[in-house]
Each structure stands twice: as structure tokens, then as C-alpha cells.
Design a binder for this molecule. Structure first.
Ligand code: AP5
Ligand code: ZN
Length: 213
């Protein structure tokens, strides 16, 4: 399966991805995670991406298209992948379709995490992450057993630099202006499934599983 997860910040893409990944043995390709790793490692890519990410703006199409082009060619991704946070502009979507056409494949399904903006601030400002595994918690909706520590490793959790109410505003603006057109783009060509992303995590998982039957 070749899947795209699309939705605003905090809509649950990163929460559902590991579950889908396990169930269908897919590779999880999250451009946000890859960019954050590059920023932390101060690679040339990270240096170029840092400023836009901190402001909640999109990084340039060329940078992210390059990352995905490399990733979908990996032997481990040949059985299929979950794209989490990519494509985020129509240009990225067109480039992706070209790359896949060269491999003789295409996107099977686009899962649209539809949700009202008003719910997202609480989700974003309460998020806690275990940096090395990407495991995600929420202080209210999915609290760790011991506050501030990862359930599995006992290591400290961190908050993302862009997870503030102010930066969320620009991230949402970018979503509506640049990413929503991608949903319309795929409605014309592949199966877009609209999920009720405001529901509790388990119910969203059930909707995802039904969509992938
Ligand atoms: P990215 O990392 O992709 O961030 P995002 O799109 O803003 O999405 P989030 O990770 O915030 O949301 P999510 O849907 O994964 O939410 P989660 O499941 O964790 O991108 C970051 C930046 O990188 C961008 O701003 C941009 O600069 C750059 N970038 C990345 N890709 C790019 C691209 N293709 N082009 C250009 N630039 C790019 O859930 C959030 C919280 O809510 C968690 O605490 C979770 O526990 C909780 N939660 C989840 N589901 C539920 C539920 N159903 N009910 C209650 N709580 C829930
Ligand atoms: Zn995410």
C-alpha cells in the first residue's frame, strides 16, 4: 500500500502512523520528523530548513521533494509506505506522482484527517514527545505513566519548539492556503477517504482500518 496522510497540525497523523505501519508492514516517512532530525544534527539540509520550521512556514518544495525521492527508493520501502506530512503543496504532489510513475506505481489512498481548527490548540500545546522513538503523548488525552518520562524507556520527554499557540497560527495558515488544495488535487485522481479526526484515537484507528480494507 502507498498511502498519504494529510491533515492540519495536531490532527493525529503521527499518532495513527505507527499503528498502520505495524499492521501493514509499511515504511513511515514523516517529512517533519526527518527535517527535525536534520536540524538537530545541523546537516546542510537542517541549516536550510530551520528558520522556516521555527516560524511555522513550509520549507521549500525542492528540499522536501529531495528527501522523499531518496526515501521511496529504499529497498525497505518497496512494499509500500505511509507519507505523513507530504505532499503539502500541489507542486509536491505533482512531483511525487512523477516519481511514482517512473517506478510504475501510484498512490493507493489519501487519508484526510478532517478536523475543526478550534480543537487543535489544546492538542498541540499538550503534546509531549520521546525524541529517539517519536512516541507521542498528551498531558490530558494520552498522559505518560510518570509525567515527563517515556513509558517504555523511562527517558525524558520533550516539547516541540513549534508547538506554541503563536506558531500554530502560521502552521494552520500554511495548511489552509497551501495544503488544502492538495486534497482537491487527489479527489480528482485517487481515492480520498475523509476521517472524523476529532474522535478519540481508537475510533480514528477503526476508521483508518475500514478505509484500508
Ligand atoms: P510536521 O512535523 O509534519 O507537523 P504538522 O503537520 O504540523 O503535524 P503535527 O506533527 O503537529 O501533527 P500530527 O497530525 O502528527 O499530530 P499528532 O498525531 O502528533 O511538520 C513540521 C514542520 O516541518 C512544518 O511546519 C514545516 O515547516 C516542515 N515541513 C514538514 N513537511 C513539509 C513538507 N512536505 N513541505 C514543506 N515543509 C514541511 O497529535 C498531536 C497531539 O494530539 C498529540 O499529543 C497526541 O497525543 C494528541 N492526539 C492525537 N490524536 C488524538 C485524538 N484522536 N484525540 C485526542 N488527542 C489526540
Ligand atoms: Zn506529526
Amino acid at each position: 500500500k502507498r498511502l498519504i496522510l494529510i491533515g492540519p497540525p495536531g490532527s493525529g497523523k503521527g499518532t495513527q502512523s505507527p499503528i498502520i505501519k505495524e499492521e501493514y508492514c509499511l515504511c513511515h516517512l514523516a517529512t517533519g520528523d526527518m527535517l527535525r532530525a536534520a536540524v538537530a544534527a545541523k546537516t546542510p539540509l537542517g541549516v536550510k530548513a530551520k528558520e522556516a520550521m521555527e516560524k511555522g512556514e513550509l520549507v521549500s518544495d525542492d528540499l522536501v521533494v529531495g528527501i522523499i525521492d531518496e526515501a521511496i527508493k529504499r529497498p525497505s520501502c518497496q512494499k509500500g509506505f505511509i507519507l505523513d506530512g507530504f505532499p503539502r503543496t500541489v507542486v509536491q504532489a505533482e512531483k511525487l506522482d512523477d516519481m511514482l510513475a517512473k517506478q510504475g506505481t501510484k498512490i493507493d489512498k489519501v487519508l484526510n484527517f478532517a478536523i475543526d481548527d478550534a480543537i487543535l490548540e489544546e492538542r498541540i500545546t499538550g503534546r509531549w514527545i520521546h525524541p529517539s522513538t517519536g512516541r507521542t503523548y498528551h498531558s490530558k488525552f494520552a498522559p505518560p505513566k510518570i509525567p515527563g518520562l517515556d513509558d517504555v524507556t523511562g527517558e525524558p520527554l520533550i516539547q516541540r519548539k513549534d508547538d506554541t499557540a503563536a506558531v500554530l497560527k502560521s502552521r494552520l495558515e500554511a495548511f489552509h492556503r497551501q495544503t488544502e488544495p492538495v486534497i482537491a488535487y487527489y479527489s480528482k485522481k485517487s481515492a480520498v477517504v475523509n476521517l472524523h479526526a476529532e474522535k478519540p484515537p481508537k475510533e480514528v484507528t477503526t476508521e483508518v482500518q475500514k478505509a484500508l480494507l
